[in-house]
Design a protein around this ligand. Structure first.
Ligand SMILES: Nc1ncnc2c1ncn2[C@@H]1O[C@H](COP(=O)(O)OP(=O)(O)O)[C@@H](O)[C@H]1O
Ligand SMILES: Cc1cn([C@H]2C[C@H](O)[C@@H](COP(=O)(O)O)O2)c(=O)[nH]c1=O
Length: 224
């Protein structure tokens, strides 16, 4: 049975890498995929991974109708055996409905990759619709880690090196940015709630107002 699968995780956990691997494995067996992405950091019409791999993709515009696009392509004699969509959090909910229709009415597997929540811990509308409609949600196995070593579950945005919780939902960017740029950092929920990025934790550890605590004591205090 064809499926709509939502591969989800924080930023920097390997989603685009997995998308490229799925594409590689299927095309190596003679299958042909239609690959889409939206606002990839490498630029329009690209699907790129931090491991350095990149492939051409169809840039998803606001007005793109996935179902109509696939029907047009197939009816003109084109081939498509499966569909890959990266940065799916940026899609409109209606576009996710169109992807579900591609699965149900055209019989194609659709693999969508994206982050679930934004820097305020709120669902992206496209991700919300994916959670509502997907046959399967796969959380990536290679976990990104918070600076404290716990599994990172949330995405923080930093402006001028400080974590912010207000601003536009969509700002294309990356982790490990220079402090003067808008950047992102993955954190565990505890440190996201406390707005404690790696830089903030480092600064407070160096502050003369703070007693020098070892890691165990910090952990005990945090749990209390
Ligand atoms: N130099 C490196 N060596 C090994 N793995 C790396 C390196 N740089 C990045 N990675 C891996 O790539 C992952 C990010 O992959 P990517 O597909 O770009 O993530 P996502 O699409 O989820 O944001 C990192 O979590 C890490 O596992
Ligand atoms: C948290 C968050 C992220 N974004 C942007 C930043 C990146 O361009 C992408 C995520 O890409 P990745 O391949 O998963 O690293 O989303 C955003 O616009 N708003 C946010 O709140």
């Amino acid at each position: 049975m064809p499926e709509l699968v939502f591969f989800s995780g924080t930023m920097d956990c390997g989603k685009s890498t997995l998308a490229l691997q799925i594409e590689h494995n299927r095309s190596a067996r003679g299958l042909e995929g239609m690959i889409f992405a939206r606002d990839d950091r490498a630029g329009a019409g690209k699907l790129s991974s931090r491991l350095g791999l990149v492939t051409e993709a169809i840039e998803v515009a606001d007005e793109l109708d996935f179902y109509a696009h696939l029907v047009d392509h197939l009816s003109q004699g084109g081939r498509a055996d499966y569909v890959i969509v990266d940065e799916a959090q940026f899609l409109a909910p209606e576009q996710i409905d169109q992807l579900a229709r591609v699965v149900d009415d055209l019989g194609l597997d659709v693999f969508a990759f994206g982050i679930t929540t934004d820097f305020r811990t709120k669902l992206f509308p496209g991700s919300q619709r994916l959670v509502e409609l997907a046959d399967r949600i796969e959380v990536l196995q290679v976990e990104a880690l918070c600076w404290c070593g716990a599994r990172a579950t949330h995405n923080a945005r930093t402006v001028g090196g400080h974590m912010v919780v207000e601003g536009a939902q969509v700002v294309v960017g990356d982790v490990n940015q220079a402090p003067d740029e808008v950047g992102y950092e993955v954190l565990c929920r505890r440190h996201h709630r406390r707005r404690m990025t790696a830089a903030a934790a480092h600064a407070s550890a160096l502050s003369p107002d703070v007693l020098p605590l070892d890691g165990d004591t910090v952990g005990t205090l945090e749990r209390s």
